[in-house]
Structure formats: C-alpha cells, structure tokens
Design a protein around this ligand. Structure first.
Ligand SMILES: O=P(O)(O)OC[C@H]1O[C@](O)(COP(=O)(O)O)[C@@H](O)[C@@H]1O
Ligand SMILES: [Mn+2]
Length: 644
C-alpha cells in the first residue's frame, strides 16, 4: 500500500478521476512503443570536433534513415549532400546556397529540402509520442512544423494551405532558420539517450567544449574515467590530482585550458619554472601534427612541465606514507634515488637516470616542497576552486556521473572490476574493512562524493582516495599495478615503463568470468553485457572489441589523436536500438571542413553484435520500469480516492 502522504501529493496533480485515467492510458501506450536508441561513446579525451561529428551523425544512424527513405529518389551524391546538411546545417546551407544562380532555383530547393526534412523527422520519430517530438522541435516553429508534420494527404483541399505556409516561410526569410532547426531536431531524434563511458578530459584540446555540449544534451549519463576523476579530485581539494592535471596539460601543450578556459593564473608556476629549470628533451610538449610552437613557447612549457612534475612527485610521498592501506610504498620513488650517482633502485634493480631535473630536491628530505613550491600549489588550488566554469563542469560530472551504471540490463564501466588471477573479485582493505567487487566500487564512489562535498579538506582520507582511484592498483578506474610516469621521464630501460594490467584485462575474454561479473552486479548474465572503455582496442593488430562471446564490448578505439597510431582507427561507438546492438568503427576524423566539402562520412563498418528476435519495447527498459511504478501509483490513487 502506498504511503498516504504520497497519494495526497499525487491527488493534487491528478484531481479528477478522468485525469488519472488519461495518464494511465498515456503511460501504458508508451510502454508498448519500441525502445529508444541508446548511443555509447568513450575516451573522448578532449577531441571535441570528432565527438561532435559522431553526435551529429548519430554514429551513422542519420545516414541509415536517410538512405531508407530516399534511396529510390536520390543518387549517392545527393544523399551525402543531404546528410551533410543535417550534420552541419549552418555551414552546409551557405555552401549549397552559394551554388545557385537564381532566386527561383533557390526557392525550389528550399521547398524540396524542407519537405524532405519533414519526412525524415516523421520517420525518425515514428516510435516516439507526440509530446516527446514536440520537445525536440525548434521552439519558434513548433506550431508550424506540427501543422506540416501531421498533415494528412487525403484531404487534398488542404494542400493549398500547406503550400502557402511553406511559401510564406520562404518569403519571410525564415527558411534557413527552419532548415537548421529541423536538422537539429533530426539529430536529436535519432538518439534517445547518450552514455559517455568515461575519459572526457586530458590529452586533447577541448574537454570543456565537450562538457558544454553534454550539459545541453537532452539525455545523458557519464561513467567517470580515471582522467575525469583526476579533474574532480583537483576541484575537490587534492593537490596531487591538481599537479597531475597541469602536468598532463603541459605535456600535451594544452595549458590554455587551465589558463584561458578555466581562468587560472599560471604566472607563479611559470616564475618558479623559470628559476629552477632549463630545456629538457623528455619534458618538451608532445607534438601533434599541425601545431606550431615557437622555440620560446616550447621552452616555457618544458620548464613548467618539469616544475609541476617535481611538485607532483613530492606530493605523492606523504600520501603514500599516511595511507598504508594503499600499499604504494614501492612508489616512494624520490627516496629510491641516489642523488649523487644519479641512479634509482626500483624493485631491487638499479638503473641510471637521465634527463633529471632535481634542482629543488633536498636528498635528505626528497618529499619536502620548497616554500616557493608550496605557495605555488596552494595558489593554484585556491584559484582552481574559485573557477566558476570549472565548478559548473565538475558539478555536472558529479550529477550525471557515477563509477559504474546498470542500464537496461547492461553494466557500463570505464576501467575494470579488479580481479584476482583465479577470476575472483580482488579484495581491498579500507579503514579496517575488506571490500571486493561491487561493494568495493560502491565504497570508492562514496569517498568520491564525500571528497567533493568537502573541497576545503585537502588531506583527508576521501580526498586521498580520489588520487588512489587515478593511480592505485585496486582502482576500478585504473586497473594497473602502477603508473610509471617517473620511470618514463627518467629511465631509459623500457622494461621499467611497463604498466602491468590487472588480470581483468585478459580474463574479460572469458565468457564465464564476464557472466560472474554481471551476476556480482545483480544483472542477468544471459541478457546483460559489460560495456567498457579505457584500453585502446588495437584494431590495427587485429584485436576484436567484441569479447567473451559478446558479453564484453570494449569501445575505446581512441578518439584521442595522440593514440591513433596505436589503434589504427578513430574510435568505436555503440548503438543499441529496439532491434539490437551495433558496433560502429570510425575512421580517422580530420576536420569538419573536410566533411563539409567532401561529404564523406568518416565512420565505417558496422558490426552487428546482436539482433533481437523480437523488437524491444519501452516496457523492458529502465524507463519502462519507472513508468510501471508510476502506473501502479496512479492505479492506487484511483482505487483509494476515486472509487467507492
Ligand atoms: O601517454 P601518456 O600521456 O604518457 O599517458 C600514459 C599514462 O596514461 C595512462 O594510460 C592512463 O590514461 P588512460 O586512461 O587514457 O589509459 C596511464 O596508465 C599511463 O601511465
Ligand atoms: Mn582511462
């Protein structure tokens, strides 16, 4: 029996039996509609343009719909042009319009395109309710579009009326706006819900633009990646996370994200860097094709990169010491250096060091920050926590994000579920209690939220825990034995650079293991799948993103430009509609301009992961479960308030 107070509240909204009944009928009708299309992306790593492209073409879904509808009336060239118009309406309109020589030609084109767009919308929205479509329409044209959309051809006498509407739109100079609005409506209708399976931040230049896009997106959830956690950690008060994000920005020549986008003053860091550091080949920013830096700029970044790296290494020591449960003593690297001989002993082996930059390190107390370093990091933390834009982005990450998500029977997770070699859930002791599997992940998430709720606490357990999630052995976001940043900068022997992966990464090829992991999360192993990001799938070397007989899908194909030479492609995305799941491999994306002029789609082969025997309906989805509950409440309202 439902709580009476709740029924009172419900009765305020549904104050007549008629209203209750109408709502029940509406909800029940929705339950039988085909399930909306889910779109999965991961490891965007600041590549805003490539992400935009995938979003705008719905991983190829827009093209499929266009082809279905118009394959008999349009040639390939025309299909492509029309598709490009839907993806980038503002720019493509200008390009197309510049090719017309008379007003009449343009007018005819307008009419044809608007009619086609209306057809496309009506097709793309056939599985949605009218109220949902209305929400997707451009606001200033809702009434007109609905008139045009729901016209019935049987009533020929209305034809003049529709033609008039179109004509007026054109003569009043509104055609461009309408076409643009219709294009965005189409984009929105082909994807019902977006999942971002982690790593929005780092390496690429525009994570903030991705965040703004997600904030405006109609329906989205996020599974935090290790890089996202790092940014959250910095904002939540972790100095070591902060040092890391700045280090990575320097390494990839993205300091303007910190300075210009989020408004953090890097002057104090630069002064420190100028004072203690010189040029150093391993700290020069990575060169991405097409980027040009002057010698002077490069030198400055190289110095900043060293200054912040050393601050990072120094900050790691005290955390490792105060958190024995992290078991990271092996990572007390500054203490393992012989500063006279310039060598380090790691895991019992001594290696010569090169490219060292230890001017601020006191060999007796290697973790100790110089007064100046302390001031720099304190100031940086202060200003990062004052950045309104960053606050907006981080709050959104917290609101829409989680460590993992169960959605429509699937488990979405960026990194891994830490496993032992025998496939059992790897345990970790935290503050005197032992956790593994789902419980461990839940505890991690609780600490993340606690740290975020207390940005003023910088050295507490919860804040340290976010750093552990970035780099710790049992972190579900990281999933490797150790992060060998120090070794990669200072030791030549590549053996030391290897980051041994958790057994999860080979055990996930095994169907039984995947089934057990699904069960651990109370998911049905016959139907559910694990959807994973984080590790680039090396398509080039023949690696298959579909693993464990389809129970495991890895969709990190590397949007990240810096990683595309390893993967050989520009990323995978996944579509899950009422007919089943499809994996889409994307070819390298160069630029929007290229798409606009060549009208080529960079996406390619679709692989059918699974085809449903019967079309899935809303009733079987997460949303359907919610609707069923609402119907139940309404039924009980009806019973208790409106029936004698
Ligand atoms: O290629 P880079 O920028 O040096 O980064 C390497 C580091 O990034 C990581 O791969 C983590 O980033 P990902 O989550 O993108 O894999 C670490 O394991 C590794 O130490
Ligand atoms: Mn990752």
């Amino acid at each position: 029996m439902l709580n009476l107070k709740y029924l009172d509240l419900l009765a305020q909204k549904y104050d007549t039996e008629e209203k209750v009944v109408t709502e029940i009928i509406n909800l029940e009708a929705i339950l039988d509609l085909p399930k909306g299309t889910e779109h999965f992306v991961s490891d965007l790593h600041g590549e805003y343009q490539a992400f935009q492209h995938v979003l705008r073409n719905g991983s190829g879904n827009v093209k499929v719909k266009i082809r279905d509808l118009f394959k008999n009336e349009m040639q390939e060239k025309e299909l492509n042009e029309f598709a490009t118009l839907v993806y980038y309406p503002e720019e493509k309109l200008q390009l197309i319009k510049s090719g017309f020589s008379s007003k009449q030609e343009l007018q005819d084109w307008y009419i044809e395109v608007i009619e086609r767009m209306l057809k496309l919308i009506s097709y793309a929205s056939s599985k949605y309710t009218r109220s949902k479509i209305r929400k997707a329409l451009p606001k200033q044209f809702v009434y007109i579009i609905e008139e045009l959309l729901y016209k019935t051809d049987e009533f020929k006498n209305k034809k003049d009326y529709y033609d008039k509407i179109l004509e007026r739109i054109i003569t009043l100079g509104q055609a461009d706006k309408l076409i643009i609005g219709l294009a965005y409506t189409t984009q929105r209708l082909v994807v019902d819900h977006l999942h971002v399976v982690g790593d929005i931040y780092d390496r690429g230049p525009d994570p903030h633009k991705i965040m703004d896009t997600l904030i405006d997106y109609h329906s989205v959830d996020i599974q935090w990646g290790n890089h996202d956690a790092l940014w959250i950690g910095a904002f939540a008060g972790s100095k070591v996370c902060l040092a890391n994000i700045i280090r990575i920005c320097a390494r990839y020549n993205n300091l303007d994200i910190i300075e210009d986008v989020y408004g953090i003053n890097l002057r104090p860091l630069l002064n420190l860097a100028e004072k203690y550091y010189e040029d150093n080949p391993v700290f020069r920013p990575k060169r991405i094709a097409g980027e040009n830096l002057t010698e002077q700029e490069q030198l400055q970044i190289t110095k900043i990169h060293q200054a912040i790296s050393i601050i990072q290494f120094k900050l790691e020591g005290p955390i490792i010491k105060r958190r024995p449960c992290f078991h990271m003593e092996d990572r007390l690297l500054l203490e393992k250096v012989d500063y006279e001989k310039n060598e380090a002993t790691i895991h019992g082996k001594t290696y010569p060091l090169e490219n060292t930059c230890f001017a601020t390190i006191n060999p007796d107390k290697p973790d100790e920050l110089l007064e100046e370093e302390q001031q720099v990091i304190d100031k940086l933390l202060f200003s990062i926590q004052q950045s309104e834009k960053l606050a907006r982005h981080m709050k959104f990450l917290m609101k829409k994000g989680s460590l993992y998500l169960k959605y429509n029977g699937n488990l979405l997770i960026h990194g891994c579920i830490p496993l032992d070699e025998d496939g059992s859930m790897k345990a970790m002791e935290i503050e005197g209690k032992t956790y593994a599997g789902r419980e461990l992940l839940d505890v991690f998430e609780r600490y993340m939220r606690q740290a975020f709720a207390h940005p003023e606490e910088t050295d507490d357990f919860a804040t340290d825990m976010i750093w552990y999630l970035w780099t710790g052995e049992n972190s579900s976001l990281f999933g490797k034995r150790e992060m060998t940043t120090f070794e990669r900068y200072f030791i030549k022997d590549k053996e030391t650079h290897k980051e041994r992966k958790n057994p999860y990464y080979y055990l996930r090829e095994d169907e039984d293991v995947c089934r057990r992991m699904l069960e651990e999360f109370d998911l049905n192993p016959d139907q559910g799948r694990i959807i994973n990001g984080h590790t680039p799938v090396k398509e080039r070397d023949g690696e298959n993103p579909v693993k464990a007989n389809g129970k495991m899908l890895v969709i990190d194909g590397g949007f990240s430009k810096a990683y595309q030479s390893t993967t050989g492609i520009a990323g995978y995305t996944l579509l899950y509609n009422s007919y089943g799941m499809q994996l889409v491999a994307h070819q390298l994306f160069n630029s929007k301009e290229e798409v606009l002029s060549n009208e080529t789609d960079v996406l390619s082969v679709k692989r059918l992961v699974d085809e449903e025997l019967e079309r899935k309906v809303v009733r079987e989805t997460n949303i359907g479960k919610g609707l069923l509950q609402q119907i139940e409440s309404l039924n009980s309202l009806r019973e208790h308030r409106y029936m004698d």
